[in-house]
Ligand binder design. Sequence first.
Ligand code: GLP
Length: 234
Amino acid sequence: MKIIVVEDKKQGGQTAYEFFKNELAKKNDAVFGLATGSTPVTTYEAIVRSNLDFSSSISVNLDEYVGLSASHPQSYNYYMQQNLFQYKPFHHSYLPDGEATDETKEVSRYNLIIKKNPIDLQLLGIGRNGHIGFNEPGTDFALKTHKVKLTESTIAANSRFFDNEQDVPRYAYSMGIGSILRSKKIILEAFGESKAEAVKNMIEGPVTRQCPASVLQQHSDVTVILDEAAAQKL
Ligand code: GLP
């Protein structure tokens, strides 16, 4: 794992942006694995400010809440439209369908999308409990797309985006750690003190299902971008 410590999340976003720029310079039809949450916001801001053109590229998102429509303000589909796609349209952008009526079919559909569009660069955040892309502690590292039952700690952490905790969906679709690990290159960003413990476990701890992000130690091309607060326990 390569570790880059930056001054603040703005500089972190700029650093991650450089990875997107380099990938596009290699091939304009690159496949980008995208993340949501508060962490990647500065990365998307840096991309939006730039002259990068994604009109030949593909994006594949990590996860989506089950039960939220694409137009729901807390859906990840809506988040992506607001933060990135309205400014930087991709040739094609894929997300799990939170409203899919047949869950088994939705899982197969998404797995096929990832198989046909192998991810060149995957962007990740990390949950306070060490989850990546809603793959909660205990998740089998081999799993590809699947429906996830969110833990109480993730529901509580994400309730800040909803009117109250009851409104937070209890389930999500995730592409799974099996899919994440197949990405050629991975960058993970973490900002703020609340991520420091998870960051330490990810980098210095044993590879264990209890800290799903620790599996990234086994991938050959991972860069972790941290601010000083997130890096303080290393
Ligand atoms: C959310 C997302 C994850 C994200 C993580 C951290 O639940 N599904 O993909 O990386 O939790 O979120 P944040 O960046 O808001 O701290």
